[in-house]
Design a protein around this ligand. Structure first.
Ligand code: MTE
Length: 303
């Protein structure tokens, strides 16, 4: 066992107790006449899983964030200097109200919810993460999607001075991703701005990232600076790199293996050395909500 300097409350508090304590703390602070400054107010959601979330430590120290490097610990070690303020998102393409919106404006009027989602990486590991965010549909409704728009393209910040991995040429930066418009409008699809009741940590894509829980993690693009409504299906980073291995859809599917490994099972991070692998669920367990989006489609060819 590795020695732990100290345990964080998030490591020892299961979700129900944690939510309760948060309510208590907020109440106690308010009673003392003090605002609960750091805590984000977010409503619970019926879309949350009741599985136990991973610890904050696990969620922020085991990451894929290639802008900082190829090792799982690189984002935690090297993202500390990333400037998050000011931050703006350019929203354009087929929208009624294009523009460069600062983060506060992007979030304006969007009800924050806690969404405890499973995250399944294409590499066959998984976590449960208590995101805080709002539905992407809310933002798209606000900027007004024009008829003719069929897809949404996303782009990550390009800043090699602060993102050392962007000095490498293995990926054609910036990282880009995309969704079909109906996927983007689905109520499960969120823009996350926090987790565990706090602002989003840098290794997880601060200050704002996409979360699409029924797709492999690489679709959930981090640190977004640009959203464009398009007619054509937009290019996506992993598909450009390895088209035979990573498709545009990337729906979690235990019956379609990656060319180099099986997708039938997964390893839950934090499960311990002797925890068995878990079965991977169709659409990562969200089939009831999203299978209809793909009716009539061959998911073997549209991987
Ligand atoms: N977004 C950007 N910009 N760069 C990345 O390297 N990695 C993706 C996705 N979003 C990535 C990204 C992959 S492969 C996964 S599995 C998830 O982020 C991991 O999210 P997490 O670190 O918050 O668990």
């Amino acid at each position: 066992m590795a020695w732990k300097p100290d345990l964080k409350w998030s490591e020892v508090t299961p979700k129900a107790a944690w939510l309760n304590r948060r309510a208590l703390m907020t109440g106690a602070l308010a009673a003392a006449g003090m605002p609960a400054l750091a805590r984000i107010k977010a409503n619970p959601s019926a879309f949350s899983t009741d599985e136990t979330p991973n610890t904050l430590e696990e969620i922020t120290s085991y990451n894929n964030f290639y802008e900082f490097g190829w090792d799982k610990g690189d984002a935690a070690a090297l993202s500390g200097n990333l400037t998050l303020d000011p931050w703006s998102v350019e929203i354009g393409g087929l929208v009624e109200r294009p523009g460069t919106y600062d983060l506060a404006d992007v979030m304006k009027g969007q009800p924050l919810e806690e969404r405890i989602y499973r995250l399944r990486c294409v590499e066959a590991w998984s976590m449960v993460i208590p995101w805080i965010g709002f539905q992407l549909s809310g933002l798209l409704d606000r900027v007004g999607v024009k008829p003719g728009a069929k897809h949404v393209a996303f782009q990550t910040l390009l800043r090699p001075e602060e993102m050392p991995g962007q000095n490498g040429r293995s990926i054609d930066w910036p990282y880009v991703e995309g969704l079909r418009l109906d996927e983007a409008m689905h109520p499960l699809t969120i823009l996350a701005t926090g987790l565990y009741g706090e602002d989003l940590p840098r290794p997880n894509g601060a200050p704002i990232r996409l979360v699409v829980p029924w797709k492999y993690g690489f679709k959930s693009i981090k640190s977004i600076v640009k959203i464009t409504l398009t007619e054509q299906q937009p290019p996506t980073t992993w598909n450009l790199l390895q088209p035979q291995e990573y498709g545009f859809y990337a729906n979690v599917n235990p019956t379609v293996d990656h060319p180099r490994w099986s997708q039938a099972t997964e390893r839950r991070i934090g499960g311990g050395l002797f925890a068995g692998r878990e079965e991977t669920l169709m659409f990562n367990g969200y089939a009831d909500q999203v299978a209809g989006l793909y009716s009539g489609m061959d998911l073997r060819t549209n991987y």
